[in-house]
Design a protein. Structure first.
Length: 417
């Protein structure tokens, strides 16, 4: 490939542009398809059974595999051709949904079929996500890796906004069996698109030796790699403690403060909640420019301090509730905080992911990333359960303010140099 070709389209060549476009469309279809399906069928189950537990079970079955399967998905991503894995997972998701559609035509939409398909879709999507995340450094040049990570983060954030929204629209306007058929065909279309991605555009020399799959041994090797590399352990640890404090001090306390302590309309909470993914998209658009001017360690340190300060600010209005400010003031205040937190989270997540992708050897990349993600997701339920118990026994301001100070101290300790 000539230099002139490389310089086309502001430094992108045609193959790189095609890779980013196909990646974006393929991931958009896959992630949105999973998000919409999980939410829509959850509502369907709630309508059919009238049981909140059944609805919650569907959502749990859509998330548990992300914790349990991720380390194994990392092994597969390190040991098997990533392109084959990515395409196969989308095709399997599509084939599964087509099978569910056919079974539904014969015997109706059964609860057990919904549970089983939701679990399998989550398994396939977990393997898909790990495989495509670890393959990104091979799809584009190192110069463009931050760009594709930003696109990926924006897609994740958009799915957080539009997934439940579209799922709700689908639920009330489209027969559930027709939606299952459409979603199955969409996954297969995504798999076909991914066949045209060049997963060896930016090749890395593969290590020699036996590359057989030994899950227990391979996962241990991934854990050992994290332990033996202080910088990798520190970055992985940042993912973990940030997820924990967000769950402890924001996810549960924020809706409690808004709807109970300040007695705001529940619709206000929906608007405020929408600020997080909007902020993440803004952060994803800004991250490359900011990271070019600020070393990533300094950026992580600053952003974590900002998040801790914003956590503390979440609890302040409750302390000043006797002022009886108009509800629209609170709406503007908390919407601004949620957007800023979302932006700061993106400015933490994307540089960490970029650093891990560029420093971890390809033969370890899948395992290290998947283990870090699994641990981060595993600590979140602990934080949520703890927060749910404490928020019923402590003043509403305690958790966000205390959590903010603890995050500040933790971050100060980890990045004291």
């Amino acid at each position: 490939m000539t230099t002139s070709q490389k310089e086309m389209f502001n430094g992108y060549d045609k193959r790189e542009i095609a890779n980013i476009g196909l990646f974006s469309l393929g991931k958009f279809i896959s992630i949105f398809g999973s998000s919409i399906y999980t939410f829509a069928v959850g509502l369907y189950i709630l309508q059919q059974t009238g049981s909140g537990l059944s609805f919650a079970t569907t959502l749990v079955l859509g998330t548990i595999p992300m914790v349990l399967i991720n380390p194994f998905a990392g092994v597969l991503a390190d040991r098997i051709n990533k392109k084959k894995l990515v395409v196969a997972m989308d095709i399997l998701n599509g084939a599964l949904l087509l099978a569910v559609y056919y079974i539904s035509l014969l015997w109706g939409v059964k609860l057990t079929i919904i549970y089983f398909s939701t679990f399998l879709i989550s398994v396939f999507t977990s393997i898909f996500s790990v495989s495509i995340e670890t393959a990104k450094p091979n799809m584009v040049t190192n110069k463009r890796l931050m760009n594709i990570n930003s696109v990926s983060k924006s897609i994740d954030s958009l799915s957080g906004i539009l997934g439940p929204m579209i799922g709700g629209i689908v639920f009330v306007s489209v027969d559930i069996t027709h939606f299952i058929l459409f979603n199955g065909l969409s996954f297969i279309f995504s798999g076909i698109l991914e066949l045209f991605i060049d997963f060896k555009y930016n090749p890395v020399k593969a290590p020699k030796g036996n590359r057989g799959i030994h899950f227990k041994k391979d996962i241990k090797e991934g854990l050992r790699y994290i332990k033996e590399n202080e910088s990798i352990a520190k970055l992985t640890g940042t993912f973990v403690y940030l997820n924990f404090f967000i769950g402890l001090s924001i996810t549960i306390p924020l809706p409690f403060i808004i709807t109970e302590a300040l007695a705001l309309n529940s619709s206000y909470y929906g608007i405020i909640q929408g600020g997080f993914p909007i902020g993440m998209i803004i952060g994803a658009l800004m991250v490359k420019t900011i990271s070019q001017k600020t070393p990533y360690k300094r950026l992580l340190k600053i952003m974590c301090f900002i998040i801790s300060a914003l956590m503390i600010l979440i609890g302040v209005p409750v302390l000043l509730s006797e002022l009886q400010l108009p509800h629209t003031y609170y709406l503007l205040y908390y919407s601004t905080i949620s957007i800023l937190i979302g932006c700061a989270i993106a400015l933490v997540d994307i540089p960490i992911l970029h650093q891990l992708q560029t420093t971890i050897p390809e033969e370890y990349r899948g395992r290290v990333l998947s283990i870090g993600i699994a641990i981060s997701k595993a600590v979140l339920p602990i934080a949520l359960i703890s927060s749910g118990i404490l928020v019923n026994h402590l003043p509403a301001t305690i958790l966000p303010i205390t959590g903010g100070f603890l995050l500040f101290i933790t971050n100060k300790t980890v990045y004291r140099d």
